[in-house]
Design a protein around this ligand. Structure first.
Ligand code: GTP
Ligand code: MG
Length: 329
């Protein structure tokens, strides 16, 4: 399985409780009003919640501080201060939440299922207004308590990532070139087959909090399921991806045959692989000899995207299309 661990360290602070109030009743017709100060409101909690439309922890590399609202102080007329609002922080499903205390990690929770949430920092209790301190011996207490402070914590988030998208295709079709164009991954690229001998992973950041993980796997050829070339041992890395990008080198001959060969190899390995959503992409359209093939493949495939992984042509549209598919899952 293609897995890598995404990590982030952040700081959270729950809201402080509002202070209790000291006040006395002063109304016409009530000459000696008693204590009348309200309690402070509770501080807001910091809550982490698992959501499916987040795939990575990338947002937490930009925003690192999360503060819930403080409770408001109580006021006269025995009015309680407003509670501070909770802060809900959304994390991808599968995130492990740890607290770091003096360099030691302690697991607070494991947000695997969608919508599961945990309170990471509890808001402070509100203080008591002087109304609470009235007694037979003290009719006019000048005492109220302060709100409790919020909790401050250093949090480590960890996410084991499974690639959302796998790039497959013949050797030399440009899989690693595409990966390096759309992510910070720097796989080896060369004009000979089987340059890639281990899968590579990259994180694609589309902006607007949209990101996904894509894996480039070593080239496949006819007979791969019987051990030809590098074989199919790497296909297990794409078993759990949601989408396959099937990359075609349009500058080659025999494109459709090659496509079908790979489909057969996938099926031999695991019939489920051919049921997976596949987006077909014709690469190397910057080359003169690719022009002819573009017409041919357009007629063969219901949907096909044309790109040049080298120059970047068509890549934006392709990524948006991938996102369309991912966001609904
Ligand atoms: N002209 C042109 N060349 C490309 C394009 N994409 C990739 N190439 C070239 O094609 C060759 C193979 O690219 P790679 O990205 O290594 O191909 P790969 O599919 O990862 O190959 P393997 O790892 O061997 O399976 C390199 O020389 C790339 O520079 C493209 O869009 N246009
Ligand atoms: Mg490669």
């Amino acid at each position: 399985m293609v897995k890598f661990v995404d990590e982030a360290e952040i700081f959270v602070r729950s809201g402080k409780g509002g202070d209790g109030c000291i006040a006395f009743r002063r109304e016409r017709g009530i000459p000696k009003g008693g204590p009348w100060g309200g309690d402070g409101g509770k501080g807001g909690d910091v809550i982490f919640k698992a959501v499916r439309n987040k795939k990575t922890l990338i947002d937490f590399h930009f925003q690192k501080h999360f503060y819930a609202q403080n409770g408001k102080p109580g006021s006269s007329n025995n009015k309680k201060g407003k509670d501070g609002e909770d802060l809900i922080v959304y994390v991808p499903c599968g995130t492990i939440v740890k607290e770091i205390v003096n360099g030691e990690e302690r697991i607070l929770g494991d947000l695997v299922e969608e919508n599961k949430s945990i309170v990471v920092a509890k808001g402070g209790k509100g203080g008591l207004g002087n109304t609470h301190f009235k007694s037979s011996t003290n009719q006019t207490p000048r005492i109220a308590t302060k709100g409790e402070p919020g909790e401050e914590k250093k949090i480590k988030l960890e996410l084991k990532i499974i690639a959302d998208v796998g790039i497959i295709g013949y050797p030399n079709s440009g899989k690693s070139t595409l990966l390096s164009k759309i992510s910070k991954a720097r796989p080896k690229i060369a004009d000979y087959p089987f340059t890639t001998i281990e899968p590579n992973l990259g994180l694609v950041d589309l902006g607007d909090y949209r990101s996904f993980v894509i894996a480039d796997i070593p080239g496949l050829i006819e007979g791969a399921s019987k051990g030809k070339g590098l074989g199919i041992k790497f296909l297990k890395h794409i078993e759990r991806t949601k989408i396959l990008i099937h990359l075609l080198d349009l500058s080659e001959n025999d494109i459709i045959n090659r496509y079908e060969n790979i489909r057969k190899e996938l099926e031999n390995y695991d019939p489920k692989l051919v049921e997976k959503k596949e987006i077909v992409v014709g690469n190397k359209i910057d080359l003169e000899q690719s022009k002819k093939s573009m017409e041919k493949v357009k007629n063969y495939f219901k949907e096909i995207y044309f790109i040049s992984a080298l120059t970047g042509t068509g890549i934006k549209e392709l990524l948006e299309r991938i996102w369309e598919e991912l966001k609904n899952d």
